[in-house]
Design a protein around this ligand. Structure first.
Ligand code: NAP
Ligand code: ZN
Ligand code: ZN
Length: 346
């Protein structure tokens, strides 16, 4: 075991503080990663504050990890020392179920091993990216293309893949009208990716405060959902609506913005349940769907796609001592558009 420095929430709702955790020895198929940057996802905040329940404490959050390989196990074939790599929300899965075989490890029927706030196959707690090093199986590690700087690549490991996967699955592309609800970490990547896929993109944000940024990132239209006229004007417009909102949403209102046969895909993970009037679906044969991150193969595809289109995330680089302050700003929808921790400051 190796002791590494990390930032952890010692208990639910306690501020994060500097501490140490143990990393397992580098196994036959493992890579040791010197973490350079770690993004702050809203899921980190939900979990560090135990908003989803059953959190394992102390908790080291962080599932948007970018770094450099510094050691490889004897059986590793995909990576070498010096490679630029990323790790997202998963570090293992059963590898045998139909979903794992299909590259949908995030839906492993035997249980995905999450990067933190999970338990590995030995039952030990997993610790995430707010730390200096991590040991990960090569099959759950992806390559960061040379054209992408590591700091702006880190958020792609969750925010990028969580928006790319449903946009691809629901065939967003030329001739399609897509709305992205919420322009935070996930939302701003949804805008960039949907635009790069060739769709006509609309942002539905609580206010017009971030309109200039939205248009710069690739949106064609930008509306405030605080204005009731928005819902009148856009009724029956969209083929796909991607909701990235972290709080309970009025899904009935947003479903009314779909055209016949349209789909509202929710990726937000609010801490409370929401209510739904089923007439919102049957009047226009619309669908309400959900989507969780994306598989390892698709995560690599997404990184290559972003590199080919020349973009990463829009980030604010912070020192580790600013993590708690950054959490408050995310909760206030005051993030432009992803906080990324400079791990050298841990
Ligand atoms: P974020 O950066 O905080 O962005 C969420 C955005 O939602 C905010 O910027 C805000 O956008 C909007 N919003 C916040 N509160 C709202 C409210 N009360 N009503 C309406 N809109 C509101 O969070 P994130 O990191 O993108 O994550 C978003 C959600 O996705 C979280 O719940 C997270 O846990 C979840 N998530 C799910 C997956 C998955 O696999 N499905 C993966 C990652 C994250 P505007 O200011 O533009 O309105
Ligand atoms: Zn995340
Ligand atoms: Zn499986």
């Amino acid at each position: 075991m190796t002791t590494v420095t990390a930032y952890a929430a010692p208990s639910a709702k306690a501020p994060l503080e500097r501490t140490t955790v143990e990393r397992r020895p580098v196994g036959e198929f493992d890579v040791l990663i010197d973490i350079k940057f770690a993004g702050i996802c809203h899921s980190d905040i939900h979990q560090a504050r135990d908003g989803w329940g059953e959190g394992i404490f102390p908790m080291v959050p962080g599932h948007e990890i970018a770094g450099i390989v510094t050691e490889v196990g004897p059986g590793v074939t995909k990576f070498a020392v010096g490679d630029r790599v990323g790790v997202g929300c998963m570090v293992d899965s059963c590898r045998e179920c139909d979903n794992c075989k299909a590259g949908l490890e995030q839906y492993c029927t035997k249980g995905t091993v999450y990067t933190y706030n999970g338990r590995d196959k030995n039952g030990d707690p997993t610790y995430g990216g707010y730390s200096t090093h991590i040991v990960v199986d090569e099959n759950y590690t992806v390559r960061i293309p040379d054209g992408l700087a590591l700091d702006v690549a880190a958020p792609l490991l969750c925010a990028g893949i969580t928006t790319y996967s449903p946009l691809k699955h629901w065939n967003v592309g030329p001739g399609k009208k897509v709305a992205v609800v919420g322009m935070g970490g996930l939302g701003h990547m949804g805008v960039k990716i949907a635009h790069a896929l060739g769709a006509e993109v609309t942002v539905l944000s609580q206010s017009l405060r971030k309109k200039d940024d939205g248009l710069r990132l690739g949106a064609d239209h930008y509306y405030a959902t605080s204005d009731p006229e928005t819902f009148e004007k856009l009724r029956g417009t969209f083929d796909v609506i991607l909701s990235t909102v972290s709080a309970p949403l009025d899904f009935d209102a947003f479903l009314s913005l779909l055209r016949t046969d349209g789909t509202l895909v929710n990726v937000g993970a609010p801490e409370e349940p929401v209510s739904l009037n089923l007439f919102s679906l049957l009047n226009d044969r619309t669908s309400l769907a959900g989507s969780g991150i994306g598989g390892i193969r698709e995560t690599q595809e997404m990184l290559d796609f972003c590199a080919a289109h020349g973009f990463g995330a829009e980030i604010e680089l912070i020192e580790a001592s600013q993590i708690n302050e950054a959490y408050e700003r995310v909760l206030d929808s005051d993030v432009r558009y992803r906080f990324v921790i400079d791990v050298a400051t841990i």
